[in-house]
Design a protein around this ligand. Structure first.
Ligand SMILES: Nc1ncnc2c1ncn2[C@@H]1O[C@H](COP(=O)(O)OP(=O)(O)O)[C@@H](O)[C@H]1O
Ligand SMILES: [Mg+2]
Length: 442
């Protein structure tokens, strides 16, 4: 630093070479006394602006590329292709797979059409999925998330609370999508959000329509409604607390596709009640009285209407924003059997692979698998308990067999599943061992 005649402090900016009068430390934000290197605040502002402009320019380019690639993306995501991919992992549920494949494909098409200015606006078709516990709702959506070319994020709605309550605000769903889009705003605004366990935010008082307030859940629904209708959602970075100065990201949700899903436990009773009431209104009730047949859950759920959802405790405005109702079926024994062995990541395949590391060839008899499926049905949690039941029977095997590295074959029978019997272990002789023996004998 130098001083002039008036005894003012001066320094030269290493960039613009101007003399900078120093009246406070902010006049020369960057200054290294050892080397004399300095940058004045005007230069810093200029550099900052350059960076901002450059980023905006890049964002534009990314958008252009995104739209350019849309034809290719559309080609890769035709409904039958999406369904074929889901078929590799999910057994049955063909109707739900079709609905989802079409919904996703239409979402892409909508993006393509939006670029044309012909006044025909294609409305979003958000989806609501309903089906019993363990029938594959969450599994289907998480597999879908892996194959898509647009960001897709799954958020557990039961963890959401109204702003100001303990828990996560509804903005978290959008923030999850933003991170799934690698923090690209443009991509986030065209992504898909899946709200799992959506039934958990139903008004508690829904079923009997009592006036007892349930502000927590009602508030979450109101906040979600704003997102569904299309609004600007503002959130802070992950792990950052909300405070006035915290930098925020703004996302417009108008073009985000929403899929919600849940088991909606008890809604079948509401449907049955409504159907019976209608029947007795038209006089059918009297005719079938006496030989009343119990209608199955699957038959009832297929007849669900927006009115039933309202009775269940979902506010009508939200139901109005979810035009596509998709119901999933209960998995029977045959479906559970297939789930054990057929999907790409089937539990039996996983155990076979694990045991192969210890030189063990693992085999489940058909009867054993049937016993597993039957046990799962008794537990009434769909495919959810399959893995647990298998794990119970596999624990001893996975503990005992790594003691040796001999080549063995292990057969799990129905008795192992039903009566905790020990599986059969046979030692398999390697070809060279057999040869040795033969040589010895000869
Ligand atoms: N239809 C199905 N096909 C293949 N696996 C399934 C199916 N349904 C459930 N599963 C398996 O069962 C487990 C629980 O299923 P999940 O999708 O969480 O059920 P929910 O419908 O309650 O969300 C998952 O590990 C999933 O892989
Ligand atoms: Mg689930």
């Amino acid at each position: 630093m130098s001083k002039n005649a008036k005894n003012d402090l001066y320094h030269v900016c290493s960039f613009c070479k101007r003399n900078i009068k120093i009246t406070s430390q902010y006049d020369l934000p960057i200054y290294d006394p050892q080397t004399g290197f300095a940058i004045c605040k005007d230069c810093i502002k200029e550099i900052y602006q350059l960076i901002v402009d450059n980023e905006a320019e890049n964002e534009k380019k990314v958008r252009a590329k995104f739209i350019d690639n849309l034809d290719m993306v559309l080609d890769k995501n035709r409904p039958h292709i999406i369904k074929k991919y889901l078929d590799e992992y999910i057994i049955n549920q063909d109707h739900a797979k079709k609905i989802l494949s079409v919904a996703v494909y239409n979402h892409y098409k909508r993006m393509k059409c939006m670029d044309k200015n012909d006044n025909v606006e294609i409305e979003k078709s958000n989806v609501i999925m309903m089906g019993p516990s363990g029938c594959g709702k969450t599994a289907m959506l998480s597999h879908l998330a892996k194959m898509l070319d647009i960001p897709f994020a799954v958020t557990d709605a039961s963890s959401l609370t109204e702003a100001g309550f303990v828990g996560a605000d509804v903005e978290v769903a959008v923030r999850n999508l933003y991170y799934a889009a690698n923090k690209n705003v443009e991509k986030t605004e065209h992504g898909i959000i899946y709200l799992d366990e959506f039934d958990k935010i139903a008004r508690k008082s829904g079923e009997n329509n009592s006036i007892t307030a349930d502000p927590g859940h009602e508030g979450v629904q109101q906040a979600l409604l704003k997102m569904l209708e299309g609004s600007t959602v503002e959130f802070t970075a992950r792990g950052q607390r909300k405070h006035p100065e915290a930098p925020t990201t703004k996302i417009n949700t108008t073009n985000i596709l929403f899929i919600v899903g849940g088991a909606f436990v008890g809604i079948e009773k509401l449907i049955e009640k409504r159907l019976k009431k209608n029947d007795s209104l038209i006089g059918f009730g009297a005719q079938i009285k006496g030989k009343e047949k119990k209608t199955s859950y699957d038959d009832l759920i297929k007849k669900v209407t927006p009115e039933d959802l309202m009775k269940f405790g979902i506010i009508p405005e939200i139901i109005g924003r979810l035009p596509i109702i998709c119901t999933l079926e209960t998995l029977d024994e045959n479906a559970l059997l297939r789930i054990l062995t057929e999907p790409k990541n089937a539990p039996v395949k996983q155990y076979e692979k694990l045991m192969a590391v210890d030189n063990v060839q693992l085999e489940f008899t058909r009867e054993a698998l049937k016993a597993v499926a039957q046990k799962a049905i008794a537990r009434k949690t769909g495919a959810r308990s399959l893995k647990g039941i298998l794990e119970e029977s596999m624990l001893d095997i996975m503990y005992e067999l790594p003691k040796s590295q001999e080549h063995r074959k292990v057969t799990v029978t129905a008795d192992c599943i039903e009566k905790k019997a020990k599986p059969k272990v046979e030692i398999i002789e390697e070809p060279e061992q057999i040869e040795e023996k033969n040589n010895f004998a000869g």
